[in-house]
Design a binder for this molecule. Structure first.
Ligand SMILES: CC(C)(COP(=O)(O)OP(=O)(O)OC[C@H]1O[C@@H](n2cnc3c(N)ncnc32)[C@H](O)[C@@H]1OP(=O)(O)O)[C@@H](O)C(=O)NCCC(=O)NCCS
Length: 184
């Protein structure tokens, strides 16, 4: 039995964050770090803002014993978060800033390798999208590599608006602000 829960609703947040960090490094394209400090900085760059500023938008997929199988870090106001620190932290954050009005929310999602292709990533993305739609947001997006395998996963999940700029691919999903999610 898989459950989805927000970081802010978990009884043992430290254990959840340890699980998140482990999956983060199992999923990262970068593997070599010159020092423990460089490794910690890399984690802080990509996850620190979300954990510190938007813990209610950090979602976990947990098994029956509470082990973390996957997570999503989300932000509901990409423009505001850019001004408040994400721009200048996440590399190339500003490249798609002109699309933030139409797709205000963004996300990062990773699943433990042995639990991939079982629908967990889709459930996490749908849960965050549902939450954003309930707040009246017009769309949600993510940025990935133009040649990344995960692009097919997002397209199937309704991220049909595409913009390629250099090596980066923006994928956006429109949300139905009248109370539902537009069909994928
Ligand atoms: C992309 C990812 C979050 C999807 O979660 P998931 O639980 O595997 O997703 P679902 O079961 O709902 O969908 C499966 C699809 O995910 C994608 N996927 C699965 N394994 C993947 C991997 N190692 N790398 C990239 N994409 C992968 C594929 O498109 C797959 O479809 P396929 O089996 O037909 O090829 C997850 O596979 C993952 O963590 N991948 C590695 C890290 C990554 O790419 N994260 C996204 C960064 S933008």
């Amino acid at each position: 039995m898989i459950q989805l829960a927000r970081l802010t609703d978990l009884p043992d947040r430290d254990a959840a964050l340890r699980g998140l960090e482990e999956i983060f490094f199992l999923s990262a394209l970068r593997t070599g770090f010159a020092s423990g400090r460089e490794r910690a900085d890399f984690f802080r760059t990509w996850a620190g803002w979300y954990l510190g500023h938007a813990p209610a938008n950090v979602w976990f997929a947990l098994d029956g014993e509470g082990a973390v199988l996957g997570y999503l870090t989300g932000c509901k106001d990409s423009a505001g978060a850019g001004a408040a620190g994400l721009d200048g932290t996440i590399p190339k954050y500003e490249v798609f800033a002109d699309l933030f009005a139409a797709f205000p929310a963004h996300l990062h999602v990773n699943v433990r390798p042995e639990h991939r292709s079982a629908g967990l990533g889709r459930r996490l993305v749908d849960r965050f999208a549902e939450d954003c739609a309930a707040d009246g947001l017009a769309g949600v997006h993510l940025v990935t590599g133009a040649e990344a395998r995960n692009a097919a996963f997002y397209r199937r999940a309704g991220f049909t608006e595409e913009h390629r700029r250099g090596p980066l691919l923006f994928l956006g999903r429109r949300l139905d602000t009248r109370g539902g999610i537009l069909p994928a």
